[in-house]
Ligand binder design. Sequence first.
Ligand code: S5P
Length: 250
Amino acid sequence: MKLSFLKRSSLTLHPTAQKLFKLMSEKKTNLCIALDVTEQNQLLEMADELGPELCVLKTHVDILKDFTPDFGDKLKQIAKKHRFFIFEDRKFADIGQTVSLQYHKGIYQIAKWADIVNAHIVPGPGIIEGLKDASLLLLAEMSSAGTVAKGTYTRKAVLLAEKNPKTVMGFICLKKISQKPGFIHFTPGVKLKRGKDSLGQRYRTVEEVLIKNQSDIIIVGRDITTAQKPLKQAALYRERAWEAHVQAIS
Ligand code: S5P
């Protein structure tokens, strides 16, 4: 079934998924940028510069060396200005009680500023229960070489999502893994050419991910953030990803 993002917004029970489908459709972007920088000001400046190109901005707040409690509010203001969602890539992986504390408490207070977070399914369904007030992506597959998240494990993630459609809005995965159109598929490990880095990351192309593998959103990090002209590079990825999406549903 080839459905537009707009159509799919009416086929999900998840309020954040609904809004994200609509945003992608209106803003015409299915690009998520991973801003893996270690200084807060650099992150905020890049978010402001690249914001018009993306639908989701992905953070790793725990790599910031100068985090201050006003970070979340500042990022939220930029997200509002450019209309994008904030995805804190925390990869929760503990029992329900602990992840609930990690999500709400501690220095980062993730629940206050992140629209979307993600979780491994290693602990079982309790992790979804512990994060039931979050908008959750389940890590069903990973881009890294030798990952054990495959086969039965991936299928288990899909089953868990389908049982919890009000909490789980989609997946981190390499390809379309659920036939239910309400779930959004996010795929990392994307570059303009296939390849790998020196620490196990594997890259597929935009077209491979969105046309052949039928994913929805590409997550791109260093190939944009370390480019000489990040805005130009982001615009290029945005265009390639949107064209691939249009082709995929036509
Ligand atoms: O399987 C995964 C899951 C994630 S969320 N592989 C990944 O690479 N990621 C994240 O995507 C990773 O933590 C990083 O922030 C981003 C990829 O960055 P890049 O620089 O390799 O494009």
